[in-house]
Design a protein around this ligand. Structure first.
Ligand SMILES: [Zn+2]
Length: 339
């Protein structure tokens, strides 16, 4: 990305092993994230031409001398922060806040090859070669599924509970899938787009609310006997979506917030009297990868259905435009044939 709305595909040097804990993978498929739209739209500054992409699956091509958990030829999934998976924070399940974390977006996974630092802690190998459909699912696990899943766990989703999901992007939609998988009784998806409503229903939504803001809150309350939902997933990151999430949650309930926060200001007094639990942040996707990979490889879930536009890497700029204009929910980028 050279500047807002200026995405170019160009030849870069192949990455190589720089640390003995690195791996280099040949990327099998990459994708464009809703969070890539923040700099694309100018909400985050782009100071210099920047490699893009932090979601990836692929085949290990090289490993450093100290890498023992993955081998050349393994099909692997990682997430948007490299993590050692051994420090105290990682062991508590918060790998996205690892004391040695490396943001993968700085390395740029929208590319044919990618260097992955801390490979032993970051990458999880599949036990068998995935099918093309499973590759799409595993790519979703790399971020949007893992993030939606964390949001559901943070919101304490479980059997017998009513869950509301604010945000109908890929993370919100996969938050619906996660809520279903974690046993929620009722799942209210908040969306005003027919195609996204349809996907939400396919993933397990039982109710759709089209209203937004306080009207949306009123609707959720109406559906829950005036109380609000037990669990609310916030997957947008704006002031309106965050307040919608907090206000749609019943006292004692839980909000799992995973939308990257942009200028959100929480009113202290309202928060105090809401009596809700707030838990969120950058999802520790690595915590959930082994379980998610298993569900995908056993065809228990099909999160790859969230990709509604597939383009070759060379057409990445069109992919950004399609997501920016909401013509696509989630764009998958295919790689050129091996050279
Ligand atoms: Zn760590």
């Amino acid at each position: 990305m050279y500047a807002p709305r200026d995405v170019r595909v160009e030849q870069r040097d192949d990455p190589s092993i720089q640390e003995p804990t690195d791996a280099v993978i040949r990327v099998a498929a990459a994708c464009i994230c809703g969070s890539d739209l923040w700099p694309y739209r100018g909400a985050d500054t782009v100071k210099r031409p920047t490699p893009m992409g932090h979601e990836y699956v692929g085949v290990v091509e090289q490993v450093g001398d100290e890498v023992t958990n993955v081998q050349v030829g393994d099909f692997v999934v990682g997430s948007f922060f490299a993590s050692d998976n051994t420090c105290e924070i990682c062991r508590a399940g918060y790998q996205s806040r690892c004391v040695h974390k490396v943001p993968m977006g700085a390395l740029g996974s929208q590319a044919e090859r990618l260097r992955v630092p801390l490979a032993d802690g970051t990458l999880v190998a599949t036990s068998t070669e995935p099918t093309p459909q499973q590759v799409r699912g595993l790519l979703a696990a790399s971020d949007v599924l893992g993030t939606g899943w964390f949001a559901a766990v943070a919101a304490e989703v479980g059997p017998g509970k009513t869950v509301a999901v604010v945000g109908d992007g890929a993370v919100g939609l996969l938050g619906v899938l996660a809520a279903r998988q974690l046993g929620a009784e009722r799942i209210i998806a908040m969306s005003r787009h027919a195609d996204r409503q349809a996907l939400a229903r396919r993933f397990g939504a039982t109710d759709i609310v089209e209203e937004r803001g306080d009207d949306g809150v009123a609707k959720v309350k109406e559906l829950t006997g005036g109380l609000g939902a037990h669990s609310v997933i916030e997957a947008v990151g704006t002031q309106e979506s965050m307040m919608q999430a907090i206000r749609a949650t019943r006292p004692g309930g839980h909000v799992g917030f995973v939308g990257v926060s942009h200028d959100v200001q929480l009113p202290g007094s309202e928060l105090f009297f809401s009596a809700v639990h707030l838990h969120g942040g950058p999802a520790p996707v690595r915590r959930f990868l082994p379980e998610l990979i298993q569900l995908i490889m056993e065809n228990e879930i099909d999160p790859g259905a969230v990709f509604d536009l597939t383009l070759p890497l060379e057409d990445a700029a069109e992919g950004y435009r399609a997501m920016d204009e909401r013509r696509a929910t989630k764009v998958l980028l295919t790689m050129p044939q091996a050279d």
